[in-house]
Design a protein around this ligand. Structure first.
Ligand SMILES: [Zn+2]
Ligand SMILES: [Zn+2]
Length: 195
C-alpha cells in the first residue's frame, strides 16, 4: 500500500491496536518520518523486502509502526530490542542505511503547552502529535546497524538441537558452553521455572 495520509493510518491503527491513542499517533508519525527519510514510498508493498524496523519499546507506539511499515514480528521484519525507550530504527537493506528516530522528552511538555484547554490525559497529546513538526517531536539520527544473515527474513538453515533439553534452536541463537551447543534457556537465560 503506497503511503497514506495520517488520518487513513489512524483508522487502520485503531483497528489493529483496539483503540486510537496518543502513542499510536506518535508511532505513526515516527514510522512515516523513517520511511520517508529512507525514500520508501510503498513500505508495505513494493518496498517490503527492503525494510527492517527495530523497535525499542513494547507499547502502543509499536503497533502503529507495524501499520505504516508493514513490518511484522512473524515476518522477521520487526525486531524488538527491549530498551524501554520511545524510539525505533528503520533500516533499508537495499541501500544499506538506517535512521533512528527517538521521541523527544520535550514533546509531552510541548503538547500540554499547545492545548492546555483540551481536557483528558490523551486528547491534548493526540491533537498536538498530529500537528507538531517532525523536529519538535523527534530526535533523528542516521545510524549504522549491523544485521547478520541469520537476522534477515528468508534465512534458511537447519536448527541446532540443544544438548540439554533437546529442543531445536533456529537462526543461530544457540550458545556454545564448554563445547556443547545449548539453547539460551539452558545456557542460563531461562525466564521460567517448572511449576
Ligand atoms: Zn494505545
Ligand atoms: Zn535447551
Amino acid at each position: 500500500m503506497p503511503l497514506q495520509p495520517l488520518a487513513e493510518y489512524e483508522l487502520l491503527a485503531a483497528l489493529a491496536h483496539g483503540h486510537l491513542c496518543a502513542g499510536q499517533i506518535l508511532g505513526l508519525r515516527m514510522a512515516l518520518v523513517g520511511v520517508k527519510l529512507l525514500g520508501l514510498d510503498d513500505p508495505s508493498g513494493k518496498d517490503r523486502k527492503r525494510l527492517i524496523s527495530i523497535v525499542e519499546i513494547d507499547r502502543c507506539m509499536t503497533d502503529a509502526i507495524g501499520v505504516v511499515t508493514g513490518c511484522r514480528l512473524g515476518k522477521r521484519a520487526l525486531k524488538f530490542r527491549d530498551f524501554g525507550k520511545a524510539a525505533a530504527t528503520f533500516c533499508d537493506l537495499q541501500e544499506n542505511r538506517a535512521v533512528r528516530i527517538a521521541a523527544r522528552e520535550s514533546a509531552k511538555e510541548r503538547a500540554r503547552a499547545l492545548y492546555p484547554e483540551i481536557a483528558g490525559p490523551n486528547q491534548h497529546q493526540m491533537r498536538a502529535y498530529r500537528e507538531m513538526p517532525d523536529e519538535e517531536l523527534f530526535h533523528i539520527e542516521w545510524v549504522r546497524v549491523t544485521l547478520g544473515a541469520e537476522d534477515l527474513p528468508g534465512y534458511r538453515a537447519p536448527g541446532v538441537i540443544c544438548a540439554q533439553c533437546g529442543e531445536s534452536v533456529s537462526f543461530r541463537r544457540e550458545v556454545v558452553c564448554e563445547g556443547r551447543a545449548l539453547c539460551r534457556g539452558c545456557a542460563g537465560e531461562r525466564y521460567y521455572e517448572p511449576a
